[in-house]
Design a protein around this ligand. Structure first.
Ligand SMILES: *[C@@H]1O[C@H](CO)[C@@H](O)[C@H](O)[C@H]1NC(C)=O
Ligand SMILES: *[C@@H]1O[C@H](CO)[C@@H](O)[C@H](O)[C@H]1NC(C)=O
Ligand SMILES: *[C@@H]1O[C@H](CO)[C@@H](O)[C@H](O)[C@H]1NC(C)=O
Ligand SMILES: *[C@@H]1O[C@H](CO)[C@@H](O)[C@H](O)[C@H]1NC(C)=O
Ligand SMILES: *[C@@H]1O[C@H](CO)[C@@H](O)[C@H](O)[C@H]1NC(C)=O
Ligand SMILES: *[C@@H]1O[C@H](CO)[C@@H](O)[C@H](O)[C@H]1NC(C)=O
Ligand SMILES: *[C@@H]1O[C@H](CO)[C@@H](O)[C@H](O)[C@H]1NC(C)=O
Ligand SMILES: *[C@@H]1O[C@H](CO)[C@@H](O)[C@H](O)[C@H]1NC(C)=O
Ligand SMILES: *[C@@H]1O[C@H](CO)[C@@H](O)[C@H](O)[C@H]1NC(C)=O
Ligand SMILES: *[C@@H]1O[C@H](CO)[C@@H](O)[C@H](O)[C@H]1NC(C)=O
Ligand SMILES: *[C@@H]1O[C@H](CO)[C@@H](O)[C@H](O)[C@H]1NC(C)=O
Ligand SMILES: *[C@@H]1O[C@H](CO)[C@@H](O)[C@H](O)[C@H]1NC(C)=O
Length: 752
């Protein structure tokens, strides 16, 4: 009986004001993108802006500044309390607009595109870019609320401020999106604490050849600091929108904006604390300008404990299931070194506790990751649970090295696990097809009969070309298919869909499998086609038959093409492989093993280590009731059909020993028979016509003689291991080894 010791958890939430989300949440993908910058399972969203001053795009580029500018230009083409505009990624359609001159938008959007999915809109990613760029430059945390919806066409680019606009025009443009005069001044200063102006696009402001790399920075530092304000008030600004040619052609927009309230706001921003808090407020306000129809979530904060990649998988004829995954623990407030163990304490599918202390150990640390302000450790587990009792939810118990225990219960409800419909990844796969443009994809799902509300569907979310955008930002296209019932395994029925997938989409398609419709629809969601194996078992009724382990069963062993567990003979048999057939094929070896439904391997030594038993769960091609390993997994047996080779009794002769026999020093000679297919020991004796000695070598040679060579040397008996070509149950020497027989009477006369 486990004695839980509860402790009050003092989690520092200084950075994060609101409560942790309840898992699973629509924000889960964006939470990873926000907090997993580097390390294990990192999303790497911050890579292009780390460090802040770095740009992979060439000299005179500050990617962090470009991301901030992209958010602003996307937002400003909108009207607050309108049904359209604001942060809606409409800038994807606007990069050719005169108001959006420059390469910054193209390249920022291309930075964001790989992260685009059904769980992370381009508009949310542009907002996330604001947090990431500002934080990378040492600025404050900009709270990120999610739920922005991408536009499907261009917005009102005429609203984008241009340097030559009057202050009154600027005020109108900002008022439309809810910014009053002081907020307009603040957001201009906060946005221009990093970045600058390129001569190539604004020659009236920065004439070619007047700035290094033809790029004039606003305040000479890339970091998020007050210099933009302090330099201005000291009459010492280098901002090209304050001083220089822009003052002659009224393109000195920053200078005119900063002065617009008699320097009140810009003066307040010279205080570093005020600068950070004001910038956090106005930059959040900027990214939260959305159409009235959009409801933003609470700001994202990192989970203290988050389940990762949970997967149920039906095994063994349906009597048990594998349950695998990882638990991500936030180690910002409790160090990884303080964590002694992580456990899942689970409830069965009725919410009860059939197994007593239903715990799964997850204490193996799989890796660590870091965000700007947080660190995380991942703990993995692989367990087996009974299919009949199954699982409905779990709590996470983290025991520290000092014995104290924290329980995470997902805001009270436990972390849910639905077992009504699950993806069966071993039975699913993507294979090459006859055409290089297509892959043959098979998706198999297991549905619990009692909940099998029809239809059982799979929804595929493809990345396809987006129409009417000048740059390569994909759109998502959804196709739903009804899966067809295959057969029943234990309490589950298996459903399958075969689909000809475009090869170009094989690595970036996301899919889910669902049962039922409307509110009662249950889903195993957000599976990646890139995670599917390249082989699956099409032909067999029961994918997971109940194994009946014989006494000679050795276990489920790890195997690979690069290092075979059994290194003797091997054969493939796609139609009729059974344990008995493999045993017979391997009759000359002491072990045999079966893999991946149709492969049979033989060997005399077992060069591998055991895998979890449930890894071997594929049926044999010749008998669905027998287990033939799994992918890279070998079901190994001691071979009861093994026939040990022997030196046969030969009338008038007796076996003497195994001799070393080499070209330079022959024991007998010369060779009288070389027979690759038919040699037997008896045949050799006959050929030697009563000579005192005869011997067999290399499985195929027969040697005769009346005397042994002068340097004849006895070798270890095990050296003579080669079976005779004409009688596989008998031994005929080996390479450079002779199985020597002696005439009995000769022995008698010599011994006399
Ligand atoms: C952005 O990319 C599009 C498509 O490649 C191109 O037509 C356009 O000129 C690019 N804009 C800039 C400023 O580079
Ligand atoms: C501008 O709006 C902010 C809130 O967004 C408010 O704190 C400030 O007082 C307003 N300033 C003026 C001049 O109205
Ligand atoms: C505001 O500051 C600028 C720069 O120092 C200065 O030129 C200007 O006169 C100031 N305006 C007022 C009203 O103080
Ligand atoms: C900057 O210049 C303005 C006008 O030329 C002047 O009023 C102000 O005092 C100057 N500020 C400083 C800090 O020199
Ligand atoms: C003006 O700025 C330069 C660098 O841009 C700096 O070296 C100098 O100290 C500044 N002068 C004042 C009065 O702040
Ligand atoms: C589940 O199955 C196992 C054997 O497979 C059995 O021992 C157990 O009693 C069953 N539990 C329930 C709740 O049916
Ligand atoms: C791909 O699937 C089609 C339709 O199911 C089938 O006819 C074809 O033989 C498959 N090709 C390969 C290479 O498996
Ligand atoms: C499954 O995919 C469909 C189609 O994209 C989508 O409507 C549905 O919300 C998805 N379900 C989940 C749980 O993600
Ligand atoms: C299931 O897929 C079919 C197409 O095969 C589609 O018509 C139907 O709307 C889908 N149902 C659900 C609930 O996804
Ligand atoms: C697959 O490629 C073909 C040919 O390019 C295209 O017509 C089809 O729409 C693509 N399928 C999907 C799901 O994008
Ligand atoms: C098979 O493995 C055994 C044990 O590692 C080794 O002694 C033997 O040489 C191997 N045989 C072959 C054919 O590689
Ligand atoms: C034994 O006799 C047979 C037939 O006479 C002959 O072909 C063979 O060469 C003889 N063997 C030896 C070793 O002399």
């Amino acid at each position: 009986m486990v004695q839980w010791q509860f402790v009050s958890i003092c989690v520092s939430l200084a950075l994060y004001a609101n409560a942790a989300p309840t898992w699973p949440s629509t924000m889960d993908e964006l939470e990873d993108i926000m907090f997993l910058n580097t390390g294990y399972r990192a999303k790497g969203f911050s890579t292009e802006v780390t460090p802040c001053s770095f740009s992979s795009k060439g000299p005179g580029r500050i990617t962090a500044a470009e991301w901030i500018r992209t958010a602003f230009h996307d937002m400003i083409a909108g009207v607050v309390s309108s049904t359209a505009g604001g942060m809606d990624a409409s800038i994807m359609y606007e990069t050719k607009a005169l108001e959006n001159i420059g390469t910054a938008f193209n390249s920022s959007l291309l930075n964001f595109a790989p992260f685009f999915s059904s769980r992370s809109s381009m508009a949310d990613l542009i907002a996330m870019g604001m947090y990431t760029a500002v934080r990378s430059c040492g600025g404050p945390v900009i709270p990120i609320r999610t739920g922005r919806i991408d536009a499907t066409r261009s917005g009102a680019t005429a609203f984008v401020p241009q340097p030559q606009n009057s202050v009154g025009t600027f005020q109108n443009q900002f008022n439309r999106v809810g910014f009053n005069l002081s907020d307009m001044i603040a957001v201009t200063a906060c946005g221009h604490t990093t970045g600058g102006v390129h001569a190539a696009f604004f020659p009236e402001i920065v004439p070619a050849g007047t700035a290094p790399d033809d790029f004039a920075q606003f305040d000479k530092t890339a970091t998020f600091d007050t210099k933009i304000a302090t330099d201005f008030l000291a009459n010492n600004s280098t901002d090209p929108l304050v001083v220089g040619p822009s003052t002659k052609n009224t393109r000195d927009s920053d200078g005119r904006i900063f002065k617009a309230d008699n320097n009140v706001t810009i003066t307040s921003l010279t205080n570093p604390d005020t600068f950070r808090s004001t910038c956090a407020r106005v930059l959040q306000k900027l990214i939260d300008v959305v159409p009235t129809s959009v409801r933003l979530t609470d700001p994202l904060i990192p989970y203290e404990a988050k389940p990762i990649a949970l997967q149920l998988r039906l095994l063994d004829g349906g009597s048990s299931m594998a349950f695998t995954g990882e638990i991500r623990i936030r180690t910002t407030t409790r160090s990884a070194a303080q964590i002694a163990s992580v456990q899942l304490v689970y409830r069965d599918r009725t919410g009860g506790n059939v197994c007593g202390a239903c715990t799964i150990d997850a204490s193996t640390e799989a890796g660590r990751a870091n965000g700007f302000d947080d660190s995380f450790s991942f703990f993995s587990f692989a367990s087996q649970i009974q299919a009949n009792s199954s699982i409905s939810s779990f709590n996470i118990a983290v025991t520290r090295t000092d014995g104290q225990q924290e329980i995470f219960d997902n805001n009270g409800a436990g972390y849910p696990v639905q077992d009504s419909i699950i993806l069966q990844s071993p039975q699913s796969c993507i294979k090459d097809s006859a055409s290089p443009d297509k892959k043959n994809m098979t998706i198999v799902a297991a549905v619990r009969d009692e909940t099998a509300t029809l239809p059982v569907n799979t929804s595929l979310v493809f990345k396809v070309a987006r129409r009417n955008v000048p740059i390569d930002i994909p759109a998502l296209s959804v196709e739903s298919y009804t899966m067809s019932k295959q057969y029943t395994v234990g309490p589950y029925s298996l459903y399958a869909l075969a689909y000809a997938l475009n090869t170009s989409q094989a690595l970036n398609t996301v899919f889910n499998v669902s049962a039922g419709a409307g509110a009662s629809r249950l889903t195993d969601a957000f599976k990646l086609t890139s995670d599917l194996p390249s082989e699956c078992c099409y032909h067999h009724a029961a994918p997971t038959p109940t194994p009946t382990f014989a006494s000679n069963y050795q276990g489920c062993y790890i195997d690979s093409v690069s290092g075979r567990a059994l290194n003797g003979s091997a054969t493939n048999d796609h139609l009729t492989l059974t344990l008995a057939n493999c045993a017979t094929f391997c009759s000359e070896y002491s072990f045999y093993g079966l893999e991946y439904t149709y492969q049979c391997f033989c060997g005399n030594t077992l060069n591998s280590v055991l895998a979890p038993e449930y890894d071997c769960n594929m049926p044999c091609s010749g008998d669905d009731k027998e287990i033939c390993g799994g992918p890279d997994r070998l079901s190994v047996y001691q071979n009861e059909a093994y026939i040990a080779p022997a030196n046969p009794p030969i009338e008038g002769y007796e076996y003497k020993a195994c001799y070393v026999d080499m070209r330079s020093a022959r024991v007998l000679g010369p060779v009288v028979i070389s027979d690759d297919t038919g040699l037997t020991v008896g045949e050799c004796k006959d050929y030697c016509n009563g000579s005192r000695y005869f011997g067999t070598e290399y499985g195929r040679e027969c040697w005769c003689g009346n005397e042994l060579g002068p340097s004849a040397t006895v070798a270890p008996e095990s050296d003579c291991f080669t079976r005779c070509a004409g009688d596989r149950a008998t031994l005929c020497g080996a390479p450079d080894r002779l199985s020597l027989y002696q005439w009995v009477d000769a022995k008698a006369s010599r011994d006399r």
